[in-house]
Design a protein around this ligand. Structure first.
Ligand code: SAH
Length: 237
């Protein structure tokens, strides 16, 4: 799978592709990426990429021409084109799984007050927000999406670790412990040392339920004393 990211500050993203699990996935050829500097497509003397908004108001707007040319340079049929935006559809695990099925995703990062609306109308398939808050730039938001998506691509990480983690079964994940057995007087729960696989599973499920009830009761649509039901997440479509 390939990520093509269009940005005015592509160096913000470079470190992520150069590090840890992502670097290994790139080296193996499981993940490919291309970082495009939108400023390379601004051809006036000052390589201007922003201008004042029509209608007045604070801030600057990313100009349509350089962004359009940058998009034209990479766009072809079959590439999903995404714009990071606080007014987009809310990103979640289901949306990440949908995007992980794509061959290539083109991600446009905004700056200032955002990009000229005509870019969105002409080139963008989906606008994605990573949460109900405003960031100063789309690069950090794009990194969140890339991170959540690439780890779901076959061959990037062990599929067993994906099965049990938060959101996959509609619940938050159970707590983890590793050596030492006693840390600052706190002992690892006995059950985890028992070697009794079925009882460990049961304990983990109870802890997941407890944590979800405490931190994210909204994920539980209906609770009974004997069981629970989880809310299905909405995807991007
Ligand atoms: N004026 C805009 C905010 C622009 S923030 C508004 O009020 O809606 C500048 C850029 O940061 C945006 O173009 C977008 O690319 C990015 N951004 C900010 N918050 C974001 C969020 N919650 N999710 C995704 N991208 C975001």
């Amino acid at each position: 799978m390939k990520f093509t990211v269009l940005s005015l500050f592509p160096e913000i993203l470079q470190g992520f592709f150069d590090s840890s699990i992502m670097a290994k996935a790139v080296e193996r050829g499981t993940i490919d990426y291309e970082l495009i500097n939108i400023r390379d497509f601004a051809f006036d003397k000052h390589r201007t990429c922003d201008d004042a908004p029509y209608g007045g108001g604070a801030g600057m707007v990313m100009k349509a021409e350089p962004v359009a040319m940058a998009l034209e340079s990479v766009k072809s049929a079959g590439k999903k084109t995404v714009y990071m935006s606080p007014s987009g559809k809310l990103f979640n695990q289901k949306a990440a799984a949908e995007l992980a099925d794509e061959q290539e995703i083109v991600i446009l990062c905004g700056r200032y007050e955002g990009v000229d609306q005509r870019i969105i109308d002409t080139y963008i398939d989906t606008e994605i927000s990573i949460g109900d808050y405003v960031l100063s730039s789309g690069e950090t938001a794009a990194l969140v999406v890339i991170d959540a998506v690439y780890r779901l691509v076959d061959g990037v990480i062990n599929s067993e670790s994906l099965e049990e983690e938060s959101f996959s079964g509609g619940l938050l994940e159970y707590p983890h412990y590793t050596r030492p057995e006693v840390f600052q007087g706190l002992k690892v729960p006995d059950i985890l040392l028992s070697g009794h696989h079925a009882r460990i599973q049961e304990w983990r499920h109870e802890k997941s339920l407890e944590k979800t009830r405490k931190n994210r009761p909204d994920l539980l649509s209906r609770e009974t004393t004997s069981g629970y039901e989880t809310e299905d997440q909405d995807g991007l479509d």
